[in-house]
Ligand binder design. Structure first.
Ligand code: GAR
Length: 214
């Protein structure tokens, strides 16, 4: 149950295939997520994520780093695009660029990311490969708020995934991805329901309001 009268306006940033974007679209279309896609932006013109957005009827744009002088200019361009579409929450979904203070500071507490490990273990690229190389028995997925570090912001939800004997980066990634697809819509839903409060490094999740007796 959402206390909001209007669906939450999401801006999704994605660089690649966009399966997490698809899980968000599916949750919206199934009525499990009180949100709408205000815009999907990619840094790559050919990203399949843009096609998924367009099929859902959402504005899909590419904003190329090549068209902007430096990282700060690129971040400002992204910020302007998100602002122009009235975005309330930004979701990074396989967006493979590090965002700087030009974007993150004005949007503090309003940018989320999904990462394929149990942070703070294995931040950065190839988290599943890092987990295999380290020999951990358990890894997983994390949704967190984005701060100015790399995968360092306050953690919203996490779920563990066992590493199995004989796993490759591909088989492990596939099982983590199935978890990601449940976890991200759940975290966004908590935000849409205004149940997340950031207190220092911690994110408090307010309990769901009790339903009135039937
Ligand atoms: C996902 O596994 C996501 O967690 C990961 O990229 C993949 C994107 O897949 N993100 C990172 O590693 C960020 N550091 P998708 O394009 O199918 O959603």
């Amino acid at each position: 149950m959402s206390p909001r009268s209007e669906p939450l306006r999401l801006g999704v940033l994605a660089s690649g295939r966009g399966s997490n974007l698809q899980s968000i679209i599916d949750a919206i279309e199934a009525g499990r997520l009180p949100a709408r896609l205000a815009v999907v932006v990619s840094d790559r013109e050919q990203a399949p994520a843009l096609g998924r957005a367009a099929r859902h009827g959402a504005p899909a744009l590419s904003v190329s780093p090549k068209d902007h002088g430096d990282r700060a200019a690129y971040d400002r361009a992204l910020r302007q695009t998100l602002h122009a579409h009235g975005v309330e929450l930004v979701c990074l979904a396989g967006f493979l660029r590090i965002l700087g203070p030009e974007l993150i500071r004005p949007l503090a507490g309003r940018v989320m990311n999904i990462h394929p490990s149990l942070l703070p273990a294995f931040p950065g690229l190839d988290a599943q490969r890092q987990a295999l190389d380290w020999g951990v028995r358990v890894t997983g997925a994390t949704v967190h708020f984005v701060d100015e570090g790399v995968d360092t912001g306050p953690i919203i939800v996490q779920e563990a995934v066992a590493v199995l004997a004989g796993d490759t980066a591909e088989t492990l990634s596939e099982r983590i991805l199935a978890v990601e697809h449940r976890l991200y819509p759940r975290a966004i839903r908590l935000y849409a329901e205004e149940r997340l409060r950031i207190v220092g490094r911690r994110v408090h999740i307010d309990p769901a309001e009790a339903r009135p007796p039937a």
